[in-house]
Design a protein around this ligand. Structure first.
Ligand SMILES: [Zn+2]
Length: 65
């Protein structure tokens, strides 16, 4: 079976929005645009966050999911 592409535009289910904490721009991204990293705190809890450069101001953004 071949996988068919029905629609190439990213679906809202995977598109994330965040506001840059540095310049205030509202950004939209898909998982392919960013690197996911796991942050482990001292209590053993784990958080996944997306890391990417803001296209507006160029500073590093960490968006916790
Ligand atoms: Zn920014």
């Amino acid at each position: 079976m071949t996988i068919k592409i029905i629609k190439k535009a990213p679906d809202k289910k995977v598109v994330k929005r965040c506001v840059c904490k540095h310049c205030g721009a509202t950004l939209e991204y898909t998982p392919n645009d960013v690197t996911y990293k796991i942050y482990e705190d001292y209590g053993g809890g784990k958080d996944t966050y997306a890391e990417f450069g803001c296209p507006n101001c160029g500073k590093l953004i960490r968006d916790v999911q």
